[in-house]
Unconditional design. Structure first.
Ligand code: SOE
Length: 389
């Protein structure tokens, strides 16, 4: 049998997203029939202690020097999963070096940087993907097909809430996800970006927004260690140094969808106790409705208005059946999948499109469109007015 072409991957960033990406690079060739086989060449971290995970996560080599890695002639794909402020320099350098570029969301801290990243990948003529992983839940893909086929009819409402609670404790220390210079915005860019992208993917582009943002806990103690979502440090007390939180803890916004009368509402918050990673969407149309949330991601609910009156009600549909996208790549019906599988699906789409004109994943163009919405929400919050996207 002819040997499959290989593509060499270098991943920059070795924390939470680095772990999810490593898992996906490792599994994707095992569960998907791909035109190319990814080879996990080198993982790049910022701190020497992070590098110990490299071999365990499946990487052949580790490095502390991302610039050298990006310019290595044997590397085909650069995968950026660093804190947000490092996305632009790394992705732009990767494009300049002619590499295909994968980058975590949000693309950048500002529109200006996001546009520069888009310009760089376009100029280099390389493939580019931004990590809006929730698009790749089988249920979300099925919902997309239903909407495209008109099965929900005219869409009246898109309602999304992405709620978490990991910083609700005022004693949770400062992490990079709470500093503007490192992260751009808070809940808005971190999780509001996901539901904004889901709205764009499922019902269409947002044309204008009106929003409000809040920072509930304005100061936090400085952490000793910080992965952005977990941290450790001294307990609060007189001797503990504090730092200012300069991003939003929560953002809510209303939106209009371009050329439609659809009303969309969004809530992104890290202050919803009990909501651990509750990324939920509800879509209401003239023919029916669908509901989905990530904590129960193998299922979605569907209400069909043309069901006989005596049978009307929400059906709970198991999206692990072979009729649903990606389901046959995994286990027999009913044997569920999880959060990490979304990254495998995302990488399978990306690798399947390499060397072709196809694009079946979210690109830097999509990420820039998302970033425009994030900026408009911030503008609207400041001006207390609707803002055009
Ligand atoms: C932290 O809020 C986080 O890890 C996000 O950064 C991810 O994008 C989201 O999928 C889960 O939560």
């Amino acid at each position: 049998m002819a040997k499959k072409k290989t593509v060499n991957v270098a991943m920059i960033g070795a924390q939470f997203m680095g772990k999810t990406h490593s898992n996906a690079w490792r599994k994707v060739g095992m569960f998907f029939d791909l035109p190319v086989q990814p080879v996990m060449k080198v993982m790049c971290g910022k701190f020497p202690e992070e590098l110990a995970n490299g071999p365990k996560w499946g990487w052949e080599e580790t490095s502390l020097d991302w610039e050298a890695v990006v310019n290595r002639p044997d590397i085909d794909i650069i995968d950026v999963c660093t804190p947000n402020f490092l996305h632009p320099p790394i992705a732009i350098a990767a494009a300049k070096a002619g590499k295909q570029v994968v980058c975590e969301k949000p693309l950048a801290n500002t529109m200006k940087e996001a546009s520069a990243m888009l310009a760089a990948v376009k100029k280099a003529g390389v493939k580019h993907m931004c990590g809006f992983s929730y698009r790749f839940a089988p249920a979300v893909q099925t919902i997309k097909r239903m909407i495209d086929k008109g099965e929900l009819g005219h869409i009246y409402h898109f309602r999304a809430a992405y709620q978490q609670d990991w910083i609700v404790d005022p004693d949770f220390p400062m992490v990079w996800r709470l500093k503007k210079k490192h992260t751009g915005s808070g809940a808005l860019g971190d999780i509001g970006a996901h539901i904004t992208d889901l709205c764009h993917f499922l019902v269409g582009p947002i044309s204008e927004v009106v929003g409000s943002m809040r920072t509930f806990i304005k100061e936090r103690r400085i952490a000793e260690s910080d992965t952005g979502i977990t941290a450790s440090g001294k307990k609060a007390g007189k001797a503990v140094k504090m730092d200012t939180v300069d991003v939003d803890d929560a953002a809510v916004y209303l939106a209009h969808i371009k050329d439609t009368d659809t009303l969309a509402t969004f809530e992104a918050t890290r202050f919803a106790p009990g909501r651990r990673n509750y990324n939920s969407i509800e879509i209401y149309g003239s023919k029916g409705s669908v509901l989905w949330n990530q904590e129960d991601m193998n299922f979605f609910h569907y209400f069909n208005r043309s069901d006989p009156g005596t049978l009307q009600g929400f059906r709970r549909i198991h999206a692990t059946d072979g009729a649903h996208p990606y389901a046959t790549n995994w286990w027999p019906t009913g044997h569920i999948i999880g959060y990490e599988h979304l990254f495998v699906h995302e990488f399978a789409e990306f690798l399947s499109c390499l060397g072709t004109k196809k694009v079946t994943y979210s690109t830097f163009d999509d990420a820039v469109n998302c970033q425009k919405v994030l900026e408009a929400v911030e503008k609207s919050t400041l001006t207390r007015k609707w803002a055009k996207v």
